[in-house]
Design a binder for this molecule. Structure first.
Ligand code: PMP
Length: 403
């Protein structure tokens, strides 16, 4: 059992008062708050070892490089990858998917080829593929949902053609908080020799990930959703794909030699890390993952699942509340009667309660649900049952005010 009160003390922002009320932060699917060790890691880099990585023979540069590469190994172990050079540091999930769309797309896709995504993807797992489709004459195919807001796996099975080249799906929906059967999806795709990208933005903070057990070809996530700073994320790719793929950005560090006649590229992972990386953020990402390890991801998940279950139970007790899908993760999306989600969000905000409202960067899913948007409450390890009680009281108050 985790000592949640002790954990809360590690998060300075949780002391904040909003409109003179204690902050209740239930917008963790958008970004998590940071523990003091992560905040300190950032200032420690600048106070002790700051120097550009990889290029220096002097002491500071070597120290910064070693700390960054140590982080790469922490990430490798965290997701069960075989090699550190299969871990590419990016700015986040969005950049990781754009990298694959661009580099995998340019290398392997031809006019008439097909990519499969699902209707419940975040825009960052839709638009990069649409841009690629426009550039290369590729077709995007979309896995629909069942009545129960799960991916329709039978329809997915039937979507493969001789031109299917990649499947790219979310591990956990950022709107519904529903976990997709990604292992089964990967098995089905591999049965057709098609590689799979898993968008792990919403699973990484709440699930133990083993990319080798999943047999994912690519797995992407953002640091800021797992207690690390903004501006840093990860692309895991199987060595065989990364080696075969063209570089993404050109610049320093990604080259072996540069001549005007011909330029040769560096080996993995540097081939995909052009320019000065956010080594400070990367080092702090390592700190965040070690912090998560110290609590145990299974303990974190158990606490969050209990909170989600409790929130769902309390929401179901309120007449007129409609929950979308069957959330099994750390988020729940709902509407209260005919009240517009942004009205509910505004009332909650005035009570110091932060939730997200609107389309959650998943407009096709919101359209499929035939609603103007939803209210989403999402949980992290520092949230408590008392906070959910305050949130439920806020919902009841908003219903009173609007009815
Ligand atoms: N995919 C999913 C499922 C997400 O929840 C998010 C963030 N809301 C993203 C992708 C994009 O992440 P980022 O903005 O950190 O790149």
């Amino acid at each position: 059992m985790l000592d949640i009160e002790k954990i809360r003390k590690e998060f300075p922002i949780l002391e904040t008062r909003v409109y003179n009320k204690p902050l209740v932060y239930l917008d963790n699917a958008a970004t998590t708050q940071k523990p003091k060790c992560v905040i300190d890691a950032i200032s420690d880099v600048y106070a002790t070892i700051n120097s550009n990585v990889h290029r220096g023979i002097h002491h500071l540069s070597q120290a910064a490089t070693a700390a960054m590469e140590h982080s790469r190994d922490i990430v490798r172990r965290f997701i069960g990858a075989e090699h550190s050079h299969e871990i590419i540091f990016t700015r986040g999930t969005t950049e990781s998917i754009n990298l694959v769309a661009s580099s995998f797309g340019e290398t392997f896709l031809r006019k008439g080829d097909e990519i499969i995504v699902s209707v419940m993807e975040h825009h960052s797992n839709i638009v990069p593929w649409q841009l690629l489709c426009e550039r290369k004459g590729v077709r995007l195919r979309v896995i629909p949902m069942t009545e129960r807001c799960t991916l329709d796996i039978e329809k997915f099975r039937a979507m493969f053609t001789g031109r299917t080249r990649l499947v790219s799906v979310a591990h956990v929906s950022n709107v519904l908080g529903v976990t997709n059967p990604v292992k089964e999806i990967i098995e089905i795709a591999h049965g057709r020799d098609v590689p799979v990208l898993i968008d792990g933005a919403q699973s990484i903070p709440h699930t133990s990930i083993d990319v080798r057990e999943l047999d994912a070809d690519f797995f992407v996530f953002s640091g800021h959703k797992i207690y690390a700073p903004t501006g840093v994320g990860v692309l895991y790719g199987k060595e065989k794909w990364l080696n075969a793929m063209q570089p993404y950005h050109g610049g320093g560090e990604m080259i072996k030699s540069v001549r005007f006649e011909n330029t040769t590229f560096n080996e993995l992972p540097y081939k995909f890390e052009a320019g000065t990386p956010d080594y400070t953020g990367i080092i702090a990402l390592g700190t965040a993952l070690e912090w998560v390890n110290s609590l145990g991801i299974a303990n974190i998940a158990a606490h969050e699942h209990a909170l989600t279950k409790y929130a769902i139970k309390r929401l179901r007790e309120i007449p007129g509340v409609r929950i979308f899908g069957e959330p099994d993760g750390a988020a729940v999306s709902f509407l209260t009667g005919e009240i517009h989600p942004s009205d509910t969000g505004t009332i909650l905000d005035h009570l110091g309660i932060a939730v997200r409202t609107g389309h959650h960067c998943a407009q096709p899913l919101i359209e499929a649900l035939k609603v103007p948007g939803t209210v989403r409450a999402s949980f992290a390890v520092y949230n408590t049952r008392e906070e959910i009680d305050a949130f439920i009281k806020g919902i009841e108050r908003s219903i009173k005010m609007f009815s």
